[in-house]
Design a protein around this ligand. Structure first.
Ligand SMILES: [Zn+2]
Ligand SMILES: [Zn+2]
Length: 443
């Protein structure tokens, strides 16, 4: 589900419609660029229909909006799914448990101060809302089963057709799991406006009665006025070092300065410099994709070097002596991908890291937007480790104890060449289909 947000330009006030994942706002009228920040989560509301707007002030009911990938590791394998949901955040029987497709039908608006309106506080913990959403749908398990089916009899031999099947595992919040992670998620509040009309609570969008209050004075959960901390903030997109204009697209979390070859991430308060490198490309290079390189040690598994990692995860390769001195790093895609591809690309880059020799680079306009922040890369370490394990029993049971220590993080851009339907990374052999990369922008 794609949610569109109507947002006023901080400079000229013009209404601009952006995507839910957009952080960089470019005004088509005054051309001013700014980064949008929130103190906590972003808050939106479904705009009430004018004809249903009542004299009485509106009451806004919070729904927790979650879109992102969830990964669950248990003995059977790695389960994953893309979750895309809005779930009610208060315990008031009679109100719709979810907003359904409504936020998709019309652009939602960013919450603005309204003097008379009131907002119900989230009465259910965000975690519990998520758990409920998880229970509603089973996870896909990345356990492949090879199915052998005889097709023809060719001379003396029976010819089989092999196909793989991805099994679906039933997973509930009560199931035992060794590790679970939410990755690349967008969490926000979408408020549904309701109005009190005598003894009824009315949906301010449709005018339909949602519930009857037995006693007119019946207490609803306490509601509060707009808090100033909910107001979004804007950051200018000028390079903090040289003052030039930074480059980036709507959903990027990282901006680049071609003037002084610096890379910037949106921090809590301001733009912060990112330590970055690049594997040099050649004439064939069409695009650079960013990977978060997270180096560190895992004492619980005795992993200190890349060689330790190769041995511990039982990779079917011969350990080279130089790998004993090579630091262990997890290479996490810095762009959103559907879960199955995210696991594969992370695993390929991590196992193939010995072929990659990054150094200092120059900012180019062929750098693909970074849409997965460093914080999410940190949360991906265990799932990429699990996905890399050739022998599960050596790794999976120890996952709860796994901690990456003495960590360092760096953004590394890898060169990709155009191979028709795919992007191909020559050193590591990673391929990412163009369609999958495009689709990732919608996650
Ligand atoms: Zn403007
Ligand atoms: Zn600069």
């Amino acid at each position: 589900m794609d949610i569109k947000i109507e947002q006023a330009c901080p400079q000229c006030g013009a209404p601009i419609v952006i995507k839910e994942t957009d952080r960089l706002l470019t005004c088509p009228y005054c051309e001013v660029k700014s980064f949008i920040r929130a103190n906590g989560v972003f808050r939106y509301y479904l705009p009430p229909q004018q004809e249903n707007k009542l004299d009485a002030p509106l009451l806004y009911v919070p729904y927790l909006r979650f879109k992102g990938s969830i990964f669950v590791v248990n003995e059977a394998g790695i389960g994953h799914k893309v979750m895309d949901t809005t779930q009610i955040g208060v315990d008031v029987p009679g109100l719709p448990p979810s907003l359904g497709i409504r936020p998709q039908v019309m652009p939602v608006k960013r919450l603005v101060p309204q003097t008379s309106d009131r907002y119900l506080s989230l009465a259910i913990k965000a975690r519990a809302v998520l758990e409920k959403a998880i229970r509603l749908t089973p996870l896909r398990l990345e356990q492949k089963e090879t199915v052998r089916k005889p097709v023809t009899y060719d001379g003396g031999e029976l010819v089989y057709e092999f196909s793989t099947k991805v099994k679906t595992v039933e997973y509930s919040a009560h199931s035992r799991f060794l590790h679970r992670a939410f990755i690349g998620e967008t969490v926000s509040f979408v408020y549904l406006p309701v109005a009190r009309r005598e003894d009824r609570l009315v949906d301010a969008l449709t005018g339909n009665t949602l519930l009857r209050l037995e006693h007119p004075a019946e207490a609803l959960p306490s509601a509060i006025p707009f808090k100033s901390s909910w107001q979004e903030k804007f950051t200018a997109t000028l390079c903090p070092r040289c003052g030039e204009s930074l480059a980036g697209e709507g959903d990027c979390l990282i901006m680049t300065c071609a003037n002084c070859d610096t890379v910037w991430a949106l921090g809590r308060e301001k733009l912060e410099p990112v330590d970055w490198q690049m594997v040099p490309g050649d004439q064939g290079t069409v695009m650079y994709l960013g990977f978060w390189r997270l180096s560190g040690e895992i004492p619980a598994l005795g992993i200190r070097s890349f060689a330790d990692f190769i041995r511990r995860t039982n990779q079917p390769v011969l350990v080279r002596s130089s790998w004993e001195r090579q630091k262990m790093s997890f290479w996490i895609p810095a762009f959103k991908l559907r879960p199955r591809v995210f696991l594969r690309v992370g695993r390929q880059a991590t196992i193939g890291q010995w072929r990659l020799a990054p150094g200092s680079g120059h900012v180019t306009d062929s750098m693909y937007p970074v849409t997965l922040p460093a914080s999410e890369a940190r949360q991906s370490v265990k799932v990429i480790l699990a996905a890399s394990a050739a022998a599960r029993k050596n790794i999976f049971p120890l996952l709860p104890k796994v901690r990456l220590e003495k960590t360092a993080i760096q953004l590394v851009y890898l060169p990709f060449v155009d191979k028709g339907h795919d992007w191909y990374q020559p050193q590591s052999g990673i391929t990412v289909s163009k369609a999958v990369l495009r689709f990732g922008r919608r996650l």
